[in-house]
Ligand binder design. Structure first.
Ligand SMILES: Cc1cc2nc3c(=O)[nH]c(=O)nc-3n(C[C@H](O)[C@H](O)[C@H](O)COP(=O)(O)OP(=O)(O)OC[C@H]3O[C@@H](n4cnc5c(N)ncnc54)[C@H](O)[C@@H]3O)c2cc1C
Length: 500
């Protein structure tokens, strides 16, 4: 610094130079900067099981020196390129900013930098003080270097993370196949798969006059039965405006159409995150999207009512046929759809059909992957669920699930298991508690009732998507209803604007 001050006679100039030297050496921050306005929402939304919050002050020299150490750890855990994403969220709060004064007080920040550790939900609207007993938030007393901080974390989690772990050395596999709770992490993959599917459809310009009806029907299914509330919301927004894209289709080039739909975030602004949790493979190229898609389909199947089951079946078959870009997969799946001779009357039949169909795919892939070596070695295909996951699904003494022996299933137990697994268990970890809004006996959600109460007249605009919506009211009753009301609100709004 003495060199700089000698060569630069003006104090302001030297500051500028210092800053620019600094900028050049500055790497992107991996830790998420939080403040009083986003602290609760970021910690509420994160899929990570733990959070570290570093309280610091930007003027504090010790904090500046500590930053590269902390960043080394943040790089391992935060973001799409992280080696171990979605497990720990690394954050920081600048207590020197006025806006954060109360927040830092609530967490009894007495020195800088100060690190706290705990489940993210415990930080939301939370507080901490050093004398508090039985708090799930703990002070990290030995995190002065990256190595020591990682050691501290490893002790908490009985893990063996290392600073030089490389991408996709995924050592945190869900090795314990009998751990039913693992599926709770899949809610985030279902969101990821929904958003990825939407991106693929746009990237490959797959919305054509002959595929559009399939997409609208699938969106209707999502609006009503997607297990994530923000995906239901995002899909409904697309559905409401869908006519506008399709009616302008002839005039707009595909880039324009794609561009317009690109403005929609089907599962909200935080998705896609760029990584998988339940569906994370041991290699970059395995599992991921196709696993997430299966889990989405199963989670939809357990949520439809008896009267909707046939419609949900054809909707899923058509969607996969039109939009699943894996040619072999969509052909195989569609031929299995086509072999169903009589319509489903009960959702139980549909749930079990999807389960059995998935097992047929597993069985075929077991042989293929063994001979070609294309599977994920850590996740060999099995006839599912394994006995450890659902002992009662197996009639006593029936065969092994290696694809060769015949298993005698207790279908009542399998159905019960699937309903629990993809139903309640799937959403137990989900942070968006509004998701758990009670359904009324007639299946109408409170949020939809709020809409109906505020919308008076039903003005039905004539459009392709709406025509399809009306035609598919078997399960779309709520979706059509919701859409018509939204549409009517929008048109009324536009009309009132025109009149101004
Ligand atoms: C509709 C569809 C058709 C496909 N067809 C093909 C194909 O023809 N050829 C091909 O190479 N790949 C196909 N794939 C991809 C393939 O099935 C797997 O998704 C992929 O190999 C990744 O496998 P995975 O180990 O992650 O488990 P996946 O098979 O993707 O399963 C995801 C998760 O679902 C659960 N699960 C497994 N079996 C069942 C079941 N029977 N019922 C309920 N839950 C279950 C397990 O927890 C599993 O981890 C298809 C995918 C989809 C969505």
């Amino acid at each position: 610094s003495s060199e700089i001050s000698v060569s630069t006679p003006f104090a302001i100039g030297s500051r500028v130079i210092l800053r620019s030297i600094d900028d050049k050496s500055e790497k992107p921050d991996y830790a998420v900067e939080l403040n009083a306005t986003n602290f609760d929402s970021v910690l509420k939304e994160t899929p990570a099981a733990y959070a570290v919050v570093e309280f610091f002050a930007h003027w504090c020299p010790a904090c500046r020196n500590y930053k590269p150490q902390y960043e080394k750890i943040a790089k391992i855990f935060n973001g799409a390129d992280a080696v171990h994403p979605g497990i720990i969220l690394m954050t920081r709060v600048d207590c020197a900013l006025k806006i954060n004064t109360d927040l830092c007080d609530k967490f009894s920040v007495g020195h800088y930098p100060m690190l706290l550790w705990g489940p993210p939900s415990k930080f939301v609207s939370g507080s901490w003080n050093p004398k508090q007993e039985k708090s799930e938030i703990r002070s990290i007393d030995d995190g002065r270097t990256a190595d020591r901080l990682l050691n501290w974390i490893n002790k908490q989690l009985s893990s063996s993370y290392r600073l030089d772990d490389e991408k996709f050395e995924n050592d945190q596999l869900q090795k314990n196949a009998s751990d039913i709770g693992q599926i709770a992490r899949a809610i985030y993959d279902i969101e990821e798969a929904t958003s990825t599917a939407f991106d693929i459809i746009l990237d490959h310009k797959m919305i054509k006059s002959e595929t559009q009806a399939s997409l609208v029907k699938f969106f209707q299914l999502l609006v009503v039965h997607h297990p994530s509330r923000r995906c239901r919301k995002g899909t409904s927004e697309i559905l409401v405006d869908f006519d506008d894209f399709s009616s302008n289709k002839k005039e707009t080039d595909s880039a324009g159409e794609k561009g317009a739909l690109r403005n929609y975030q089907i599962c909200g602004k935080d998705v896609p995150r760029g990584y998988w949790m339940f569906c994370r493979g041991s290699k970059n190229e395995t599992r991921g999207f196709s696993c997430g898609l299966w889990v989405l389909l199963h989670s939809l199947s357990v949520r439809v009512d008896d009267g909707e089951s046939q419609m949900a079946f054809t909707t899923i078959c058509d969607f996969i046929h039109s939009f699943f870009i894996c040619e072999e997969c969509r052909q195989h799946f569609y031929s299995m759809c086509s072999s169903v001779s009589s319509p489903f009357k009960k959702s139980r039949e549909f749930v079990l059909w999807l389960w059995d169909t998935h097992n047929k795919v597993n069985k075929r892939l077991m042989k293929e992957e063994a001979s070609l070596g294309t599977g994920d070695p850590e996740y060999p295909k099995i006839i599912w669920p394994p006995r450890q996951l659902c002992p009662s699904c197996y009639l006593s003494g029936s065969g092994k699930n290696d694809g060769n022996s015949r298993i005698e299933w207790d279908h009542d137990e399998v159905y019960k298991f699937l309903m629990g697994y993809y139903g309640k268990t799937l959403v137990t970890l989900y942070k968006d508690k509004e998701l758990l809004v009670e359904k009324r006996a007639d299946g109408v959600l409170a949020e939809d009732l709020a809409v109906s109460a505020s919308a008076h007249a039903v003005v039905v605009p004539v459009g392709a998507a709406l025509a399809i919506a009306v035609a598919s009211c078997a399960f779309g009753a709520l979706a059509c209803y919701w859409r018509q009301h939204q549409k009517s609100r929008k048109y009324k709004y536009l009309h009132s604007l025109k009149n101004i």
